[in-house]
Design a binder for this molecule. Structure first.
Ligand code: ATP
Ligand code: MG
Length: 723
């Protein structure tokens, strides 16, 4: 083991890294080294020979994080990174289902639908069933299906109480049939199917249970119910309720549970809207009888002012598990605030400041522009483009989502599995082959009539006037299928884009040059994929669906990072620009009618702020165009929850009369208890000052005591001690 592995760790980190094989919860704030501890523990377990690389499973939240973890581990140990089960929940479930497709009741070449595919599959279903899509909006149905799957409910287990809910349930059922017919699975299905596989197959369960003795989970606060249940099965802690219901026999091989090492931060739970459940932390402690809870309180990421701002902000939330974060770093720069007249001006502020930082020597890749809503990126991108600053957007229109790439992938999907109706419908008439909607309707009806895929209907002929064109399409696909054996993946991609006519089509298109380049990129992506993984078209297609977000434009090029706050989780940057810090945008309108919603927004702001190592900029615009409307905003309440003395307004006094509202200014209180400082109360314990009013004997302060709640106290009587 390299001696430096453990040397830089603080005592709590060291204790966490070197825990014996017991279930443990590492509960710690942002930047305290959770991810570092988790990765170091993997290396430590392997290098001390306590477990082989086959015995570890680690789950992280994003592909970027998984990749980083793999790189770090394999940099320190001479092992084959591919053999390690490190990935996202979706990635790991996909891996398991590929190995056990038969037991999972899937075709060998099952294909994964991304969200856009899923939505179009649902629209197609509604159309085929003649359902009014105003009464049953496709998007709503999609959320309904996914939410049920994420709770582990199949149609038969869904409750329905009136006509509408019965119809929804029925549609869920029809949707499942359609997916089965076509051999496709959506994201939620990957998890549910894998969960059911383990639940219903005792032999497999005990195999994996015996195998993965160490299970490590990063960002545990954002796991949803189903992910937690999946982990429990894998770790050999079946759901007692399921067991009672006879759905799941008791664990077999060994009753000793795997050592689950969960790290998380309740203050960074930002996926409740997608079913994440912070309650999983408490359940985990109970279900696994966790005795080891380690808190890490030193933040290694940010300068003091940034951390103080984050702490003061999050102190406004109630019901926190309670953590104190401190840093030995200096206070550093103040947080710079810029109030622009418009979103355009905000964007040009960002451009100017990025240039300044770049001049000072900060690489672009070490700066991030964050926004609450993806729609905000357009104006910023435009400004960056005009300024000639290279940038990379995470989670925008991603490489694998571009039209030409989706077309090419659809041909590949058909080569792998011609029953994939989504893929077939996407390209049966692209490039144009004279196969019209009427023909497709006939084929669709005939497929439904005989319970087959459209491909099979097409193979059995009989498509009216376009029969010849359909037959040629069938021949084309059959021809490609016949040539695939022995080809390298990159060659197969090339064959697909050439023989399909895509290349020729885009060559004749006026603005097709960029698309041709992208298709070329796809060939390269396939070659790289084979080097790093395997020569398998299904694995490549799964990669395209699952890892779409991680495509980096020109590798190696220094580029500014643009992403939503959600996508920034776990990452860190020298400088962070948090834009659009306005009421209605951040916190978002949708969250304002419930206290839970507002608290989730505040956690999101906490995540955003804690991404910054050295420099943090908060910007807002008095007016902005969003979704085709100009909206006028006032500063976000979050801004006034940050102690004034940490902020530096760059353009204070900017057109004050035009300013709809500015954070309420308060004179520094004479009692000296500023917002953000920690105080001690004889009865309530320690808390953080979040507000104050009144003067002299009438002075009151509001303090958040964590578990004891938020309280207004009269200073004269409260006898607070400054800590
Ligand atoms: P988040 O909650 O945002 O995911 P985290 O708790 O996972 O944060 P890490 O990303 O692991 O925190 O660590 C934050 C930064 O602090 C990283 O740059 C990491 O390398 C550094 N760091 C962590 N522990 C130490 C240490 N003991 N000494 C020096 N640097 C450290
Ligand atoms: Mg982390």
């Amino acid at each position: 083991m390299s001696s430096s592995l453990l040397s830089g760790l603080n005592p709590e980190q060291l204790a966490a890294v070197t825990l014996p094989a017991v279930p443990a919860l590492i509960l710690a704030g942002a930047g305290s080294g959770k991810t570092r501890v988790l990765t170091t523990r993997i290396v430590w377990l392997l290098s001390t020979g306590q477990v082989s690389q086959h015995g570890i499973l680690a789950v992280t939240f994003t592909n970027k994080a998984a990749k980083e973890m793999l790189t770090r581990v394999s940099a320190q140990l001479p092992i084959n990174a591919r053999s390690l089960w490190i990935g996202t929940f979706h990635g790991l479930c996909n891996r398991m289902l590929r190995l056990h497709w038969r037991d999972a009741g899937l075709p060998e070449a099952f294909q994964i639908m991304d969200t856009a595919d899923q939505l179009s599959a649902i629209k197609r279903l509604l159309k085929a069933l003649n359902i009014d899509d105003e009464k049953y909006p496709p998007r709503e149905l999609m959320y309904y299906i996914n939410a049920n799957k994420e709770e582990g409910r199949r149609p038969a287990e869904v409750e329905a109480w009136d006509q509408h809910s019965q119809q929804m349930k029925q549609l869920y059922d029809e949707y499942e049939r359609q997916c089965r017919r076509e051999g496709v699975v959506d994201f939620a299905e990957l998890l549910l199917r894998c969960y059911e596989l383990l639940r219903d197959n005792a032999a497999l369960r005990s195999h994996y249970h015996a195998r993965f003795r160490y299970i490590l989970v990063d960002e545990f606060q954002d796991t949803n119910r189903l992910q937690y249940k999946w982990l429990k099965l894998l770790a050999g802690k079946g759901d007692p309720l399921d067991r009672l219901l006879g759905k799941q026999p008791a664990a077999t091989a060994s009753d000793e549970a795997a050592a689950v090492f969960a790290v998380g931060d309740d203050d960074q739970s930002i996926y409740a809207f997608r079913g994440a459940n912070v309650g999983n932390m408490a359940d985990f402690q109970r279900d696994f009888a966790v005795e080891t809870v380690i808190k890490l309180e030193q933040n290694y990421r940010s300068h003091g002012n940034i951390l103080d701002a984050a702490n003061a902000l999050i102190a406004h939330n109630r019901g926190r598990l309670g953590k104190n974060l401190w840093t030995s770093e200096s206070a550093g720069d103040p947080i710079r605030v810029y109030e622009a007249a418009s979103d355009f001006e905000e964007a040009s502020f960002v451009v100017d400041e990025v240039r300044n930082l770049q001049r000072e020597g900060t690489p672009l890749a070490d700066m991030a522009v964050l926004y609450r809503s993806n729609a905000q990126s357009r104006v910023i991108e435009h400004a960056l483009f005009q300024a000639g600053l290279p940038y990379r957007v995470y989670g925008g229109l991603r490489f694998f989502e571009r039209q030409e790439i989706k077309h090419a992938l659809a041909y590949l999907r058909l080569i792998a599995n011609p029953d994939d109706d989504n893929a077939l419908l996407r390209v049966i008439n692209f490039p144009v082959r004279g196969i019209g909607n009427r023909t497709l309707e006939i084929l669709g009806e005939s497929a439904r009539g005989s319970g087959t895929s459209i491909w099979q209907a097409a193979c059995s002929g009989g498509a009216g006037r376009s029969a010849a064109a359909v037959a040629r399409f069938v021949q084309l696909i059959e021809g490609m299928r016949a040539q695939q054996d022995g080809l390298q993946l990159a060659e197969l991609v090339q064959l697909a884009i050439e023989q399909s006519g895509l290349i020729e089509h885009y060559r004749n298109e006026k603005e097709g040059q960029e698309r041709l380049e992208n298709l070329d990129q796809l060939i390269s992506a396939a070659a790289v994929f084979v080097q790093e993984n395997e020569n398998d078209v299904n694995a490549f297609l799964a990669h395209a669906s699952l890892e779409a977000g991680d495509h980096e434009a020109a590798p190696g090029q220094d580029a500014l990072q643009l992403m939503s706050v959600h996508a920034s989780k776990g990452l860190e940057f020298h400088a962070v620009f948090l834009t659009g810090i306005e009421e209605g945008l951040f916190p978002h309108d949708n969250s304002l009618n419930s206290p839970e919603g507002l608290e989730e927004e505040r956690r999101l702001a906490y995540v955003a702020i804690t991404r910054a190592r050295r420099k943090l900029y908060l910007s807002l615009a008095q007016s902005r165009m969003l979704h085709g409307q100009t909206r006028f905003s006032i500063a976000s309440r979050f801004l006034s929850e940050i102690p004034e003395d940490l902020l530096k307004w760059l353009n204070r006094g900017y057109a004050p009369s035009a300013m709809p509202a500015r954070k309420i200014e308060k004179a520094a209180p004479e009692h000296g208890l500023r917002v953000g400082c920690t105080v001690e109360h004889a009865k309530f314990g320690q808390g953080v000052v979040v507000d104050y009013d009144g003067t002299g004997p009438g002075a009151n302060v509001q303090v958040n005591f964590g578990a004891a709640g938020l309280k207004w106290l009269a200073l004269e009587y409260a006898k607070l001690k400054l800590v």
